[in-house]
Design a protein around this ligand. Structure first.
Ligand code: PHE
Length: 343
């Protein structure tokens, strides 16, 4: 080999190292030049045939090839992110990682959890009752007699009489039966909330669902008054929606409370001036409440001359929708992860 040929090989080798596109090309260049049967050993072989005057220059060039190329190949490998051990294990550390989506809590669960926190701070505990109820707990004990329109099979899901386990039973239309179950087991004072599913034969639309959630509240003790109800609901509303939220009661009727009210929160979006969220009324309807009817106390063996109490129910989906600005209740049940991941 002539000096010129050796110089050309050196230049090509260095250029090839810099241009290697991946780990395999780096390795291929190493083998081609520095390998046992590569070009460098061939150059070394041929040195003895050179004219003695050319030998120092040829020696210098082949050294540059040997050390220079090794360094360039290593640098290239680093640049490509291919650490030697990873390559050896057959791993490509430069590949992007696989994304595993993190789950998130459902807005309905979030509202229930926050409500439970708020009422716990007022001394309430969380109670529970079955979704499949008897007529007694869902209606009779709540002073809702057999001819009451709420019992109409248009409104209530009844089980067929065919299955002995569920004959005569129904899907609870409200969480109020939990009031009865708790009071049957416990002497006053009572301070509970009861979140849970309810079922009604409603046609589904943007604001109605046959399956929805309520949070029931019950506070029984000596001298509990409507003012306690208003104060506690106001505290709840402010914790939940914002410090400036006000509350108002409107007269209403429920068989199991007397007097009964429906209650509204002032709109947390416009502060009561009127906007799209509150349909320009300044108020948002939450649900019903009232003072526990003495007949309900008698049904559970409490003495209405000894104790009084308030009870309330609230629609969880309603609160979730106004709190998070969800325009359609059905979004809460579609199980679309793109929607649910936003909360
Ligand atoms: N259970 C009633 C409803 O579903 C709400 C309510 C609860 C009213 C407790 C008064 C007291 O509409």
């Amino acid at each position: 080999m002539t000096i010129e040929e050796i110089r050309k090989i050196r230049d090509e080798a260095l250029a090839e190292a810099d241009a290697a596109a991946d780990a395999a090309s780096v390795e291929a260049a190493r083998i081609k030049y520095l390998g046992r049967k590569g070009l460098l050993p061939k150059i070394m072989e041929s040195l003895k045939d050179l004219a003695p005057a050319d030998r120092p220059e040829a020696g210098k060039l082949s050294n540059e090839l040997k050390n220079g190329l090794a360094a360039r190949l290593e640098a290239r490998k680093q640049a490509l992110g291919q650490a030697a051990p990873a390559r050896a294990a057959g791993l490509d550390w430069s590949l992007p990682g696989r994304w595993r989506g993190l789950g998130s809590r459902h807005p309905v669960s979030l509202v229930i959890a926050r409500a439970a926190d708020i009422f716990r701070s007022l001394g309430f505990t969380v109670a529970d009752g079955p979704d499949i109820e008897t007529e007694y707990y869902n209606f009779d004990a709540l002073n809702t007699p057999g001819d009451h329109p709420a019992r109409d099979s248009q409104d209530t899901f009844y089980f067929s009489s065919g299955q002995p386990a569920t004959a005569g039973k129904l899907l609870r239309t409200q969480t109020s039966p939990v009031q009865i179950r708790v009071m049957e087991k416990q002497k006053p004072p009572v301070r509970i909330i009861a979140p849970g599913r309810c079922y009604r034969r409603d046609t589904t639309d943007a604001t109605h669902s046959a399956n929805f959630h309520q949070i029931e509240g019950l506070y029984v003790d000596r001298n509990v008054s409507l003012a306690d109800l208003k104060g506690d609901l106001t505290h709840f509303a402010r914790q939940m929606m914002g410090a400036d939220v006000r509350i108002r009661f409107r007269p209403h009727f429920f068989p199991f409370t007397e007097p009964s009210v429906e209650y509204d929160f002032s709109c947390h979006v416009c502060g009561g001036k009127g906007c799209r969220v509150c349909k320009d009324s300044g108020w948002i309807e939450i649900s019903g409440a009232g003072m526990v009817n003495p007949k309900v106390f008698r049904a559970v063996g409490y003495d209405p001359d000894e104790v009084t109490g308030y009870a309330f129910g609230m629609g969880v989906e309603r609160i979730a929708m106004i709190l998070y600005g969800i325009p359609d209740i059905r979004m809460l049940y579609d199980n679309d992860a793109r929607f649910l991941a936003q909360f």
